[in-house]
Structure formats: C-alpha cells, structure tokens
Design a protein around this ligand. Structure first.
Ligand code: WQD
Length: 334
C-alpha cells in the first residue's frame, strides 16, 4: 500500500496538500489532535480524493501512541504540518509553542527514527528570517526571528537537519510566506478559531458581516501605498510545492531549506482594491496605528524552488481573493 503520514493533515495547509497528492498515494494517514481543525474534514478529503483517509486523533507529543501507529504503518514518507502558528499567541504562551512546535517535533522524529522513515517534509515559515537585511529573502538570509513562533520554527528546522543526517533521511524544510485562498470546490479552506489575526480571514469575516470593519494596521510605511506588503501565495500553489518537494526528496538525498512564495509583494490596499474593483465586493475599513512587531514588507527569493523543485506559483491575487470569497460562502454551511 502506497501511503504517506501527514501530521496536522486536517488543517488548512495539510488538507490542501493531501488533495494535491491524491494521484501520488493510495492512503493518507493523518495524525491530528484537532487543536485547530475539524473531524468533518476527513469526510471531505475522502470526497475530494476518492482515496483511503485514516485519522488518528493524537498529539505529536504522545510518543508511545506514535510508536504504536508506526509499528503497524511504516512511515516511509512523512509531511509534518502539526503545530501552533499564531505569532500573537506565541508571544503570550511561549511554553505552549515550544512544547508543541519543538518538543512535539522532537517526539515525532524520535519515533520515526525507530521505523524506517525515508522522506520527511517540514512545514516551516519565513518568520525564521526576522528583520530583512535585504530583499527578497533568499535561503542564505540570516535567520534571526523576532517572535517566538519564528524561534520555534527555526529550532525545529535545526533539529530536523541533525536528525536527517544521523538517520540518513531525505528531508526538506519549506519556508512558507503568506498562504491565502482555498480549494476551488469551496469544500476546504482556512476556518479560524475566534477573531482572526491574519488579513484574509479577517476580511472574510467582515464581508460575512460577522465583524464590522477591517482595521488596516498603518498606512505610513515606506511601501508602494504606505500599507504593509506581503508575499501572498495561493494555498493550492503552496500545496503543489509539497508535491514537488516530495518528488525531489524521493530522487535526491536532500537535507535543505527552500522558500515557498511567489516572489512578489502585495499591499493591504491592493487586496482591498481587488475585492472592490474585480469582485465588486466593498467592505468597511479604517486606517489605524501600526501593529507592534509587523514588518513593512517582505517577499520570497524563488530561484531555489524553481531550480531544485521545478516549481513556481501560478495563481494571481484575483484567484486568491475569488477563491477566498467562494470558501467563505461555503464554510458557514459546513
Ligand atoms: C499581513 C498584512 C498586516 C490583519 C503571519 C505570520 C506568518 C505566517 C503568515 C505562518 C500585514 C496587515 C493584518 C488585519 C491588517 N504564518 N493586516 N489588518 O503578519 O504577515 O504573517 O501570517 O507561517 O508566520 O507572521 O500576516 O495576515 O497577519 O498580516 O492591516 O486585521 O496585513 O499589518 O501588513 P503576517 P497577516
């Protein structure tokens, strides 16, 4: 049976990656404790992939349970998404973030080292870079994270690098920029818990009427229109990058980090204007003061992804906004 282990596979990025891997595997073994996802995603993945989807509701910190699973299901190929991902929460709850994102990864790696793992893909983040010394960030940019979330991702990357060398596992850590959008079916997407911190989910809650007005955090940055600029990448492009990364990892003995972004930066106002001018969706927004810890602008150097993975992002900002809107229309019914 051609199968893959996906930790955090019921989450936003994990679920979209499983859909893009549907032609590569017969069975997807999801390890997900539902801390930021829903059980109902399992059935939706079965519908979207027409493949076998197994779900184990356990924490990656539970090494005994991991051993039990891997004794009967050899984890030859693994994608590790499970983790906490809020920058704001990571500043308020550092212990929880290091326990899950670092100690949890250590438990997973320790268990895998006993069960013939061959390929390991890790969900990392551009927040490992911190203040830009130059842009675009390339993979040689200094890694001096300015928040605990980024520190946990960097620590996990360093752990994986050592573990992969010692255990002769082919491994890639993918440094994501700003994932947005949803699968074109509207059946899976990002469903934030509580009031969203990130821009796109917040905009969707304003459009749905759940929240009154978008706060634009500053329009006095040295950027194209004064508002913050980010490298937004369509979630389906990001998911396809994982397919390319797995293919590369299977045919090369890898132990590397790769940026996954579009290589372009888009401002908050450009996102607002895309909804207004291209989708005829207008919503309330207020310009307020800058959010502490925000960087004015960052975006990805994409040469390495293009050269090594033969991958590049294809979707436009309009695709990202349109698919986000389509998901928002569906998820209230799910
Ligand atoms: C984007 C832009 C805000 C909300 C975070 C994490 C990063 C990654 C992606 C995991 C900024 C502005 C936002 C709002 C606004 N996650 N904004 N009003 O902070 O770039 O990155 O998510 O890897 O780790 O740090 O994303 O969506 O919060 O902000 O004006 O209500 O939108 O100032 O310019 P960010 P974001």
């Amino acid at each position: 049976m051609n199968r893959i282990i996906v930790t955090g596979g019921l989450g936003y990025i994990g679920s979209h990656t499983i859909v893009e891997l549907k032609d590569s595997y017969d069975e997807f073994v999801i390890i997900d404790n539902l801390s930021n996802s829903e059980e109902s995603v399992v059935e939706r993945l079965r519908t979207l992939t027409k493949k076998s989807i197994l779900h184990f509701n356990i924490s990656i910190n539970d090494e005994l349970e991991l051993d039990r699973i891997f004794q009967s299901i050899t984890p030859k190929h693994v994608i590790h998404f499970a983790g906490l991902k809020s920058v704001k929460d990571s500043e308020e709850k550092p212990y929880e973030y290091f326990l899950t994102n670092v100690a949890g990864t250590a438990s997973l790696l320790n268990s895998l080292s006993k069960h013939q793992c061959e390929n390991f893909i890790f969900s990392s983040s551009a927040t490992v870079y911190g203040e830009p010394k130059y842009l675009p960030y390339d993979e040689n940019h200094p890694t001096i994270p300015i928040n605990n979330y980024g520190r946990t991702k960097l620590a996990a990357e360093q752990l994986i690098n050592q573990w992969a060398t010692l255990n002769k596992v082919s491994s890639l850590s993918l440094r994501y920029f700003n994932p947005v959008g949803a699968h074109s079916s509207g059946m899976i997407g990002e469903k934030p818990v509580g009031v969203p911190n990130n821009l796109m989910p917040y905009i969707l809650e304003v459009i749905s009427g759940k929240l009154k007005c978008l706060k634009v955090f500053g329009d006095d940055y040295n950027t194209k229109d004064g508002t913050g600029e980010r490298d937004y990448i369509h979630i389906t492009d990001l998911a396809r990058a994982h397919v390319a990364a797995l293919n590369y990892s299977k045919s090369n003995r890898a132990n590397d980090v790769i940026n996954i972004g579009t290589g372009n930066s888009i401002s908050v106002m450009e996102i607002i204007d895309t909804f207004k001018n291209s989708l005829s969706i207008k919503f309330e927004y207020d310009i307020v003061s800058r959010r502490p810890g925000d960087l004015p602008k960052y975006f990805a150097g994409t040469d390495k992804a293009r050269k090594l993975l033969k991958w590049k992002a294809e979707s436009t900002v309009l695709d990202m906004c349109r698919d986000s809107l389509n998901w928002q229309k569906h998820y209230n019914k799910l």
